[in-house]
Write a protein that binds this ligand. Sequence first.
Ligand code: TEU
Length: 559
Amino acid sequence: PSTNSWWRGDTIYQIYPRSFADGNGDGTGDLRGVRQRLPYLKELGINAIWYTPWYESPLADGGYDVADYRRIDPAFGDLAEAEALIQDALALGIRTIVDVVPNHVSAAHRWFQQALAAEPGSPERARFWFHPGLGENGDQPPTHWPNNFAGPTWTRLTNEDGTPGEWYLHLFDPEQPDLNWSHPEVVQEHEDILRFWFDRGVAGIRIDSAALLVKDPALPEIPENPGPGEHPNTDRDELHTIYRGWRRVAEEYRDRAPLGGRALIGEIWLPDAERFAAYLRPDEMHTAFNFDFMTRQWKAEELRASIDLMRDAHAPIGAPCTWVLSNHDVTRVVTRYGREDSSFEFLKKRRGIPTDLALGTRRARAAALLTAALPGSLYIWQGDELGLPEVEDLPDEERQDPMFHRSNGVDPGRDGCRVPLPWSGQEPPFGFEPEGSTAPTWLSQPADWNTYTVEAQRKDPGSMLNLYRRMLEFRERDAALGDGPFRWLTAADHAGFGPEVLAFARADGFISVTNFSGEPFALPERAQLLLSSSPLEGGLLPADTTAWLRLTQHPSRTN
Ligand code: TEU
């Protein structure tokens, strides 16, 4: 493992355990499967793995409904296996990041079960948001806040005698009751969970829905244009006190070999970059996911503005930027960039949109090189290194996402980016399961994914996988990449670098150039070509292509 401040420049691979690799042949991915594939990840060239929740869970929201943080879900393995996996990875120089979901727990969590068994007004219920209904019969929910999936945010209980009871709050699925963060036990429990995983060699915590958690106890409706800190359930000022407590826990582990610092990584969806950056402080989080880049169209001025916005927000506080092309909540990147509107549309519009996959793949390749050359840490969603497209035609009866079910199928949900990875062979399960297993995978794989397998892509020098390998090899080896100096280049530096080109210089003469215009152009002459996302054409950089160059003393460019 590299430096103490690894989160400033590492490449982090996101694993959705259910869909990465299946070690026991039941059609569901597991930790044994990950252990077996660690050499693949080492070869790919990543430095850390972030696991989406692997804890005991009814899997009502793919594990974001945690029943017990101190156990691994039996579908994935057990605690001993997780500990072995963390150590095996570390032996290869790969750190582990786990996901903590503080806004809510599973309805199967012992706290919620105790609350259900207890009386209104009891200490057991005080850890959640139980509330009598409004109106004469109490049949009106306490608020009309929108749900992050679909449907209401309050569910009414039925008393033992069959009469209607209190309501409880859930910003997501009814299976995910929201915790009351003004309760000291809720605060204490989460700090203990951090220690539990830090003690097991975990180097970082991804904090789910990090800007939610705290609610206005008066439970007002959401004002039309809430000012800073005025939203009743998002980005409230009290959150900063919570994360200062978490940072103190992380600091307890600061210099312990062999991991070095422990990082807090926020999942913060806030449109205002300053409010977002307010969480990144020496006494709060280390980094947070940059979602702005994914919300933008494939256009030079859009992405330039996004890069500037994020760099400007991070610079004054000295926090590193993060670069994220996709994750388990959004449409796969090759599909997004293959559409006329390539901006963020992970809700309600996931199927039936005309998509040019060849174009999307070309752009996703260019985007990979562009983001990998920027200062900061880089996140890779599993399968993006294979260029997997969104699976839009999953049969409805297979779909698991509450976003699909809560919306009665109006929103196809997020299953299409979570289909089990293809590793080898000509037909499903494409090596996802051990040789000879016949169990159907938990989501079915498209029959034509034989062209996307790791096995097929290894042999093809032009594959997405081989591009990622070469790209990450440079990133690992070349001190100019990762965290460090950055400067935009313009037409004043080179005639080809017009407004539809994103070109920037890093240390040691390293230059990254992306062509968003339809027109190919000549690259600077005194530059050596290191890598390009698509082949140059007659020495020119074609459309939708990124090239990495190094300025040389002599005019001897080699392709
Ligand atoms: O996502 C939080 C979140 O806000 C987004 O899911 C977003 O609200 C949603 O995609 C639609 O708007 C995190 C996890 O990444 C997601 O998988 C979980 O479902 C969610 O939290 C609940 O834990």
